[in-house]
Design a protein around this ligand. Structure first.
Ligand SMILES: [Zn+2]
Ligand SMILES: [Zn+2]
Length: 154
């Protein structure tokens, strides 16, 4: 990786290197041996990814304690499906609106089977999750303001 003060510039079609600390044209070799070298900080991005990773690893389900087996057919090798996906994915994860599904029941792109292809099944679980929310977490208004839709009226 290059120093953050190392700039690649172009003048009349010729490429040269410029150092923003020394304020002068330098060579690539000069930069390599420079003691003032600093790198860009990618920390914040990394931390964010780490947080997201942790969240995903800790996914739980309010519908089952067994996240090893498909909640519909009991098969192993499951995917954790967020009942509200897309932009509501993190809210799903937060409240445990996650269910374990085998590939066939989740998102089988070859056979086009699974909850991502089955709007009825999808809605069924969204209704279950909303009912759970209204019983245990908050009001309908709070649900709708968080997830954007009243699934029970569909
Ligand atoms: Zn299954
Ligand atoms: Zn899914």
């Amino acid at each position: 990786m290059n120093c953050k003060y190392f700039k690649r510039r172009r003048k009349k079609g010729k490429v040269y290197y410029y150092c923003n600390i020394l304020k002068k044209v330098i060579t690539y070799e000069y930069c390599k041996c420079c003691g003032k070298k600093e790198y860009r900080q990618y920390k914040s991005i990394k931390q964010r990814t780490y947080k997201q990773e942790k969240k995903e690893k800790n996914r739980f389900s309010v519908f089952t304690k067994d996240l090893e087996h498909c909640i519909i057919c009991g098969k192993t090798h499951i995917n954790k499906h967020e009942i509200f996906f897309g932009r509501n994915r993190n809210n799903s994860i937060k409240h445990g609106f996650v269910i374990p599904l085998c590939e066939g029941e989740h998102h089988n792109q070859v056979g086009c089977t699974g909850i991502h292809f089955d709007t009825e099944l999808c809605l069924e679980w969204q209704k279950k999750a909303q009912m759970y929310f209204e019983k245990n977490i908050g009001t309908r208004e709070e649900f709708v303001s968080m997830f954007g839709t009243n699934y029970l009226s569909k």
